[in-house]
Write a protein that binds this ligand. Structure first.
Ligand SMILES: [Zn+2]
Length: 516
């Protein structure tokens, strides 16, 4: 009897020791670990890593790029003198291949063995407060492969922190990886996902380049330069650069420069595609994941993908395109049905990359608003939806922006998609952090109707690091004046002066001069 008792005692004691040990593995701090799934360029891509010839292929140091591109300068001088485009093309294409050629993947979509990339693992158990884990990847590779790595990464985070769930903020290409993750693993252990400026349905710059629709528009180029200015963060410098851009444009400098570039495009476009873009960038599943559906099959043809030698690569591209991007709505709604809060944030009213025919699409500068928002109906940049335009769906709820640039009713998740006017691609300030903290803190799915301070359409205020509600539009001078009143910065002051000057000049040349 005594023996049995001592055995029982021993077992009880053993449990008494083990139970706190188990409990210590679980963390009850109440702060779910947050993971940032980073944008393109988050992971270094190296050539000959660990040898004396080691070189960063992406993102390369500016000095390395300049060194490689140095021969282009005398070749350009010669081109101006001789108009010999072919000779210039030889030098230019040679330099680009030297800089980026090794990035190309083989017919199976695998990297050259000499090219390796940075691997990411969580390195600390600290997860409270502002701490966010960082997941990066090699932008060239198949997002589905990154999704598998991300799965392992999230398991490590859970193990390390003693939490069963995580919350995610995905930025730009990170959203592509996250969407592939949802397709592969679902979201049972993910509380919240914020998609920030993600090309969930692609971006026109990739679709059009992969269809050869390459062109440069002067007005788009000037707007592109000016749109990026608030991101500089130094108000006075931004204002000066804005004034400089306007002055150079008035003086015809941009037009003259583009005249020279036009000659290059006419004479060298085919060679640049055949000798650089197709053999290098056409082999990268990461870039293909940015191609919107309407450009996809024609792009595969234009980029000359060869089923005989590239079947493995094509299978990867098709899986992402048809099983992930094309199923975005099903995947996002499915995640919500599984209890995961989904938030989509898209920028608008920024000039998109001025290299492609779609330069009139409103965007965050990189990703078109209609693709980042999963389906918004958008007026072309700088204009409004037609006066007789009627909201496409859900007529009992107002989904049209006060400036009449966006109809959100056509979005896949209109009630949880926010639009930030004048937000440059993945460029955030403290105001974003505060907003995201509010979203992360909520156990319930919040909608655009739940928080008066965060309505569906918000004007980005980079000076005061906050958002203000988007205002209705009237005349350009009045708009510039109102903007100056709401966000009194030097840049907005210069914009107001420029708008007034432009209006006066227009009036003189259109009304007074013809009459005289
Ligand atoms: Zn904890």
């Amino acid at each position: 009897m005594k023996k049995i008792l001592s055995v029982v005692m021993a077992i009880v004691m053993a449990f008494a020791i083990m139970v706190p040990a188990f409990a210590a593995d679980k963390c009850n701090c109440g702060e779910t670990p947050s993971v940032y799934v980073a944008a393109l360029g988050s992971g270094y891509v190296m050539l000959d890593e660990g040898t004396e010839n080691e070189r960063v292929l992406f993102r390369p140091e500016t000095g390395d790029i300049l060194k490689i591109l140095l021969p282009v300068v005398p070749a350009a001088a010669e081109l101006i003198a001789t108009k010999n485009y072919d000779k210039f093309g030889d030098v230019l294409i040679g330099c680009v291949n030297e800089a980026f050629g090794m990035l190309a993947l083989d017919g199976n979509g695998d990297s050259h063995p000499r090219v390796t990339s940075e691997q990411f693992h969580p390195d600390t158990a600290e997860h409270g407060g502002d701490h966010s884990y960082y997941f990066g990847y090699d932008f060239r590779m198949d997002p589905v492969e990154h999704a598998r790595d991300l799965h392992a990464y999230l398991e490590e985070v859970k193990e390390l922190t003693g939490h069963d769930t995580v919350k995610i903020r995905a930025s730009s290409m990170g959203g592509v990886v996250m969407l592939a993750y949802i397709r592969l693993y679902g979201t049972k252990n993910i509380e919240t996902i914020i998609f920030q400026n993600c090309p969930l349905l692609g971006t026109a710059v990739a679709g059009e380049l992969f269809n050869g629709k390459f062109e440069i528009n002067k007005d788009a180029l000037v707007r592109y330069a000016e749109c990026a200015l608030p991101a500089i963060g130094v108000d006075f410098v931004s204002g000066l650069l804005y004034a400089l851009c306007e002055a150079l444009d008035e003086a015809g400098v941009f037009g003259a420069l583009l005249g020279m570039v036009d000659g290059l495009i006419v004479n060298l476009k085919d060679r640049v595609f055949d000798e650089c873009l197709i053999p290098i960038f056409g082999t990268l599943p990461g870039i293909w994941s940015f191609v919107p559906d309407e450009y996809y099959e024609s792009g595969k043809e234009f980029m000359k993908l060869d089923p005989a030698t590239q079947s493995g690569l094509i299978a990867k591209l098709d899986f992402y395109h048809y099983e992930v991007q094309s199923k975005a709505e099903e995947l996002l709604r499915g995640a919500q049905a599984d209890g995961t809060n989904i938030y989509i944030v898209a920028g608008y009213n920024m000039q998109r990359t001025p290299l492609v025919s779609a330069y009139m699409e409103t965007s965050d500068g990189t990703v078109d608003t209609k693709y980042a928002s999963c389906g918004a109906t958008c007026a072309p940049i700088g204009s409004q939806l037609p006066e007789d335009y009627k909201q496409a769906r859900f007529n009992d709820i107002d989904y049209i922006s006060p400036d009449r640039m966006i109809d959100a009713s056509t979005c896949m998740l209109p009630e949880c998609t926010w639009f930030v006017k004048d937000m440059l691609h993945s460029t955030t300030h403290d105001g974003h952090g505060v907003f995201y903290d509010v979203l992360f803190a909520s156990e319930e799915q919040l909608t655009v109707f739940d928080m008066p301070e965060y309505p569906q359409f918000m004007q980005n205020d980079t000076i005061n690091q906050t958002f203000v509600p988007v205002a209705e539009l009237s005349s350009p001078i009045e708009d510039a004046f109102n903007m100056m009143k709401v966000i009194p910065s030097f840049l907005n002051f210069v914009k107001l002066v420029a708008t007034v000057l432009e209006t006066v000049v227009d009036f003189v040349f259109k009304t007074i001069v013809p009459a005289a």
